[in-house]
Design a protein around this ligand. Structure first.
Ligand code: AMP
Ligand code: MG
Length: 402
């Protein structure tokens, strides 16, 4: 077991214990938010044929040199319609956006630049070859425009549809158990007695898991007894691919997750050099990977974003750039000084704003690791290296959380 490891070492150690990656085929309608399991080749050229980018007239450029030229109308090309007549010298074919460009035509005149007179049309504006969208200018048959490991969002889903895939192979959503521990925790909505608080971590962590393309299974809160915790870990190990606990990993007498993992589990590391959220642990319980996240709400979220998310991406073989991610690395200019942490990577909450001179970051609420409101009032985390304070005006690395 290693103690007080860097975040990078923690991720490395966790990635030694992965969960089996399985794949399944789903309808495109059910694919949003999932991770693509294979490279996806296009079944079609896009566009499939030369077509018009405008409503107007398919013409020959050579015929339209002089303004006011009159061309005779030979027919109409409609999107999805039948083959249209060829356009010869002195002729024009009415054309709709997306309709095939008739043989013989090499440019489009916008309808706004024309005047129809009986069976003829007067050309009053430019004939533009650029208004023809060329066959396969976007994609060619066989081109793997979506790569394995891509997180499927709106544009990716549309692209899969464009390429002709009604169903696709995705990574089976890893099932992650979330177990909150603590005698004081009561579900939101229930009455609180003296000393009790609402349990919140499992709800937020569940959203983070689902955002990554995983499946969150929230267990009832476990009270601070070794037997209760052991029984819940046993069920979770049977039912899920991995376990996330919240609370009970510090030095306190009631920090039972740490105690139980030390005595009966298989600990890989305890404590990571990050602030907030220093005491997370990782290991296996009955062969099932287990992250013990701290109970403080900000710490549990930051622990997930910085430690669990990279591990989960690795398990799903997510794409390094296009895979699911909860934060983007950016450079920001600080509007105020920020204190770092001795010996630890410091992830203070910051509000990142795009201004005239680039991205700036400022601090708005109390930074305590118990204050989950600070994760709402801010949209980023500093990445201040250990033992580094930042001055106003400094440009630093940060995570821009989505
Ligand atoms: P612990 O890590 O168990 O010592 O908890 C640290 C702090 O976080 C304590 O103030 C707990 O009351 C609080 N806490 C622990 N678990 C949760 C939870 N699931 N939801 C909200 N607060 C929690
Ligand atoms: Mg506790």
């Amino acid at each position: 077991m290693e103690t007080s490891v860097t975040l990078q070492r923690a991720i490395e150690l966790a990635c030694l214990e992965t969960i089996g990656r399985k794949t399944e085929t789903v309808q495109l309608d059910d694919a949003a938010g999932r991770v693509l399991a294979t490279n996806l080749p296009s079944k079609v050229d896009d566009p499939r044929f030369d077509n018009s980018a405008m409503d107007g007239w398919a013409v020959r450029v050579a015929d339209c040199k002089a303004e006011g030229t009159t061309l005779s109308i030979v027919g109409t090309s409609k999107a999805g319609g039948e083959a249209s007549p060829e356009v010869g010298t002195g002729e024009a074919c009415r054309i709709m956006t997306g309709a095939p460009v008739p043989e013989g035509a090499d440019a489009i005149v916008m309808v706004e630049d024309s005047e129809e007179v009986g069976n003829t049309v007067r050309i009053l504006g430019p004939a533009r070859p650029g208004y023809i969208r060329k066959r396969a200018e976007n994609l060619q048959v066989g081109q793997e425009a979506l790569e394995k490991g891509t997180h499927l969002g709106p544009a990716e889903i549309s692209l899969a549809a464009t390429m002709g895939h009604g169903e696709i192979e995705v990574v089976v959503r890893p099932k992650l158990a979330i177990i909150s521990t603590g005698d004081e925790l009561i579900p939101p909505g229930d009455e609180l007695a003296a000393g009790q608080i609402h349990e919140s971590n499992s709800y937020g962590i569940a959203v983070l898991i689902e955002k990554m393309g995983g499946q969150a299974i929230r267990y009832d809160v476990v009270h601070d007894t070794i037997d209760g915790l052991r029984a819940t870990l046993d069920s979770a190990a049977r039912e899920c691919d991995a376990i996330l606990t919240s609370g009970g990993v510090s030095m306190g007498k009631w920090d039972l997750v740490r105690r139980l993992m030390e005595e009966e589990g298989n600990l890989s590391f305890w404590r990571v050099k990050i602030r907030p959220g220093g005491p997370p642990l990782f290991g296996t319980w009955k062969e099932t990977p287990l992250f013990g996240l701290p109970g403080n709400p900000v710490s549990s979220h930051v622990g997930f974003i910085s430690l669990v998310a990279p591990w989960l991406s690795h398990c799903m073989e997510a794409h390094s750039e296009n895979g699911p991610s909860l934060a983007d690395r950016v450079r920001v200019k600080l509007t105020e000084g920020i204190k770092g942490a001795p010996g630890k990577l410091c992830m203070r909450r910051i509000r990142i704003e795009a201004g005239e001179d680039g991205m700036t970051a400022s601090v708005h609420t109390h930074q305590g690791s118990g204050n989950i409101h600070s994760m709402v009032a801010h949209n980023g985390l500093t990445l201040l290296p250990p033992d580094t304070d930042a001055e106003p005006g400094d440009i630093i690395d940060a995570l821009w959380c989505r």
